[in-house]
Design a protein around this ligand. Structure first.
Ligand SMILES: [Zn+2]
Length: 419
């Protein structure tokens, strides 16, 4: 079959076009999967964070942890379905990754999924050269159609101390408060952190639920919702966050409802700003309360979608704790391009499908992570879920980019004064 490609060069050829017959994508769609990292598929150059060892790969990058395996899909974008493709490694020094499917290299499996194993941190030795994954046309010696870098990272552990809070109203007797639940059942923190852990694994960070506590806070105005610090009322988010603190841990505080937001994540150098006196995370488990209207934004989700939503919310706040800022430093409504919405640091986890809401224009489709039923304006409707990508590349034009490197630096010393 003959193929004709028309390429326009604008500005006297300064804008160069790259034809992409095949590309790398996530091996699965939907919720977090520890074996299926999200590729950083912006552009074909490899702008890397400071002190990272470069590779010669032109193409995508995704994170792989030493000693672990991950799957990635080779997608045929603009090539015959029957065109034979082969996958191999262009070996760096030392060998940082191993191709386990097709083992040692060979024909691309029919489902397009390849598997790799991390062997050595890419920055382990001076003089390291990164390994490049190649997709070639026809055979292992055919022309290269696509390249990617699996950036191999030494595992780091971020220990979490989880605090489940019962808030007692000042007018009520002790024991009258209500504990946060998952649909009336006890919080399944093991499952929640298993999914959060899956999101951070491509950054080589293991989120470990090291300690858990049942806590009681007295003298709050409401029995299930702390107020924002600025409301001038008793029982604020700050009161919860400073009530218990375990050193050298990421302290995560769970409450039933929050005051107008889904979560708060405070990094160490934000302490003392906006009335927050302790680093850590506050996360709602049941919904968001609007004290102005009295409405509660509840999560009417099937259990899987609900866990996915709570997971993304919590992972986003852990991102803030690990120094990450909103995508290109834009707050609500944030950027609306598909790539930005795939990032865990996009400010909106749930994207309302309401075309009349200026926060949601233009209407945003599912960006690959599914959707969930939620009650946003008093009626239940499906809305797209945000993604959980952490960026590896570092584009100078995007503030806060190179998220994996930033998060890893903070994960090593979660509450130390670094600045
Ligand atoms: Zn945020």
């Amino acid at each position: 079959m003959a193929t004709r490609i028309t390429v326009q060069n604008i500005n006297g050829g300064r804008l160069r076009h790259v034809v992409v017959p095949v590309r790398f994508t996530r091996a699965v769609s939907g919720g977090p999967d520890i074996t299926a990292p999200d590729p950083d598929d912006r552009g074909h150059v490899m702008p890397i964070p400071d002190n990272w060892v470069p590779t010669t790969a032109r193409g995508f990058s995704f994170g792989l942890t030493v000693g672990e395996s991950a799957r990635i899909r080779v997608e045929r974008v603009d090539i015959d379905p029957s065109a034979p493709l082969a996958v191999r490694l262009r070996i760096g020094t030392p060998h940082q990754i191993q191709l386990t499917r097709p083992a040692g290299g060979g024909a691309l499996p029919a489902d397009g999924i390849i598997e790799l194993r991390g062997i050595v941190d890419q920055a382990a030795q001076f003089g390291t050269k990164g390994t490049v994954i190649e997709v070639r046309l026809g055979s292992l010696e055919g022309p290269v159609l696509a390249e990617a870098e699996a950036h191999v990272l030494t595992p780091l552990t971020l220990n979490v101390a989880a605090h489940i809070h019962t808030l007692h109203p000042e007018s009520g007797p002790p024991g009258s408060g209500t504990k946060p639940t998952h649909n009336g059942a006890p919080l399944d923190l093991d499952r929640l952190f298993e999914l959060v852990n899956a999101i951070y694994r491509p950054a080589g960070v293991r989120i470990r639920l090291a300690k858990r506590f049942e806590r009681e806070n007295f003298d709050f105005n409401a029995d299930d919702t702390p107020f924002l610090a600025g409301r001038g009322r008793k029982g604020t988010e700050n009161d919860v966050m400073k009530s218990f603190f375990v050193p050298n841990h990421c302290n995560v505080h769970f409450v039933r409802f929050m005051d107008g937001s889904g979560g708060v994540g405070i990094r160490r150098d934000q302490v003392g700003i906006d009335g927050i006196e302790q680093s850590g995370i506050l996360s709602m488990m049941e919904g968001i309360r609007d004290f102005g209207t009295g409405r509660i934004f509840r999560l009417y989700l099937d259990p899987d979608s609900k866990f996915q939503l709570l997971t993304v919310l919590l992972a986003h706040e852990i991102g803030h704790f690990l120094e990450l800022i909103h995508v290109t430093d834009k707050n609500v409504p944030g950027r609306v391009d598909t790539f930005s919405r795939r990032q865990i640091m996009h400010p909106n986890t749930l994207v309302s499908a309401d075309p009349t809401n200026p926060r949601d224009r233009p209407r945003l489709p599912d960006a690959g992570y599914g959707s969930a039923d939620s009650d946003i304006r008093g009626k239940i409707e499906p809305v797209p879920l945000g993604g959980h990508l952490l960026t590896l590349k570092k584009y100078a034009v995007r503030p806060g980019d190179g998220e994996v490197a930033i998060a890893r630096a903070r994960a090593r010393q979660p509450n130390a004064v670094l600045y």
